[in-house]
Design a protein. Sequence first.
Length: 203
Amino acid sequence: MKEIFFHTTRDDYAKSIIEEKKFKHSKHKEDTKIMWLGDGIYFWDSSSIAQKLGRSLVENKPENRNCSSKLLYCVVDYDEDKCLDLSLKEEFDDFFSCGLELLVAKYENMRDILDRNISKIESTKNALKNQEFWNNKEHGNFFGNITNEVIDYMKKVENKNIQVMKCSFRQNDVKYFLNEKNVVNQLCVKDCDIIKEINELGD
């Protein structure tokens, strides 16, 4: 299945991506970089959201204070059976059931830690279900960890290699005028090889 995804990044990064015809695979790091959908390359499904919200996120980072941004559009060719879409109830429920099982197995002999993590996963699940997730560092940190573990489990145990993960959140800052419900869809590409075309989208 081919779709066009949009990616916002710094000018110099965009130039490098286009010249090399590939993206750098970003890593979720608890202490420095929160990637709420785990490791991968992050995209938006809308050029207007990428222009407004995506550019604001890039340019407002302290390390990018003196940098401008570019918008890239990419053709992504993925297998629908290898897409994990958390907007679908069955996939959402299966994802969190798997996450809970992995936590129980990991901390079965550490009851206090297990109880805290069960509380976290329920809190994160409810926040995500209600799309009350944006700018919540604690949830984003925890969810990024769980995502990486579930994706790894699916690959090693279920022999299912997830190529794309999709999820949504609500952005309540009215200056972006996103849509009626202010719902933003974000995508995380896990497999760089499925990105077939990379082009710059003009202003």
